[in-house]
Design a protein around this ligand. Sequence first.
Ligand SMILES: Cc1cc2nc3c(=O)[nH]c(=O)nc-3n(C[C@H](O)[C@H](O)[C@H](O)COP(=O)(O)O)c2cc1C
Length: 173
Amino acid sequence: MRTKNCLIAYFSRKGNNYVSGKIVNLPVGNTEIAAKMIQELTGGEMFHIEAAKAYPEGYTEATEVARKELHENARPELTALVKEIAPYDVVFLGYPNWWNTLPMPVFTFLERHDLVGKTIAPFCTHEGSGLGRSENDIAKLCPGTKLVNGLAIHGTHVKAARTDIENWLKTVE
Ligand SMILES: Cc1cc2nc3c(=O)[nH]c(=O)nc-3n(C[C@H](O)[C@H](O)[C@H](O)COP(=O)(O)O)c2cc1C
């Protein structure tokens, strides 16, 4: 697996977040921490999926914006796209569980790149819902790709997830 060209494309929102029942300020988002571990273990390239319009720092405000986007099936604009995606064989796709699925900027990312023929390996951080229905949504958005069983990481425990990540990487071919 490590001989393949890997892209680690991730969405992550730093700021106030809900952690084990409390609002906590996270200077680095949970998904970004997991993405960096995958980068260290695979030597892949990192790409930050970022919405052109930043989400509110406040947790409740962010959940409201995200819920509206989900209901509207929005495709928020991104700050950048991957310049040349063709050379990558494997795309590690990282995101927080938002309302039981992908944040809408990740929908934008998947629709705006040609991923046919690639392996997609989803990893998700969450506060209890695991991957939710995100894998189904990825499958619908990405026909012609090979979708690996995703890895769900409890956001609160992301710093202790290295072994789980290592074991999961062995399943990604
Ligand atoms: C807008 C929003 C919606 C969320 N919805 C869910 C959810 O439906 N289920 C869940 O388990 N966690 C939910 N969470 C918690 C995040 O998935 C969790 O805190 C995640 O680790 C945050 O990752 P990040 O720091 O990389 O953004 C939500 C958080 C936000 C901000």
